[in-house]
Design a protein around this ligand. Sequence first.
Ligand code: SAM
Length: 280
Amino acid sequence: MATIDGLPPLRAVIAAHGLSARRALGQNFLLDLNLTAKIARAAGDLTGADVLEVGPGPGGLTRGLLAEGARRVVAVEKDARCLPALAEVAQAYPGRLEVVNADALELDWAAYLTPPIKVVANLPYNVGTELLVRWLTPKTWPPVWSSLTLMFQREVAERIVAQPGGKAYGRLAVLAQWRCSARIVMSLPPEAFTPAPKVRSAVVHLVALPAPRFEADPTVLQRIVAAGFNQRRKMLRAALKGLAPDMEERIVAAGLTPTDRAEQVSVEGFCALARQVAAG
Ligand code: SAM
């Protein structure tokens, strides 16, 4: 069966290159090229942008990104077995795909791309959250990337977009929503993947805001949020005790209630508290 880019269907690619999925590498492949094109489109207009893809695997999403017009794609793949299949994709799109055989957690990926940069990935479940936290906490803001369009387990996606007051609301929500707009743009059943995982997945689209929504020192804010949610059943005054002298007074001065729990505190509230703690 012919495909839009003249390359073989993904099942044939997997068979030809012996790409049996490895659980340790979080390999759940997307084999439907219509679906990968839809995910690529969820990242917005790709023409004129460099795209970082983590974990291209057999190249389904990579092909979607290139077919949707990405200026260049830099695809970072840890599993060397995938390289021959990706080389065929690179050949079909001359000069537009660079494959880097590396662990995305170890690589200085920004050195490979020119802004504007969009990150689009069907992330390996075991490193997805770690990568997201790194992308959300660069040394300076705005970050080098302009948007992140990322597939996660549905439960993780819900934590990213969660509002205060529920169990899903925590560190990821505060980090993401402080300096980005974040929404779930697609929801996928397990059968969309090969092999099918146990749970549903979802694509989250985050756009970096030019400046944070509320003023706060990033290091202080991250310390407070980590302490608050590490002991999320405790009241703020107990969970944050020791972060600064007179903590209970600072909580009140920030307009918060010392007997509240972290999950009741809005992003704005955490930023107000970070300013009180940074005030010395
Ligand atoms: N993008 C492909 C797709 O949508 O079908 C594959 C997605 S699969 C969920 C995750 C991919 O990430 C696998 O190809 C796996 O080998 C790769 N991977 C796992 N850990 C990685 C890491 N630390 N750095 C780079 N790639 C990694």
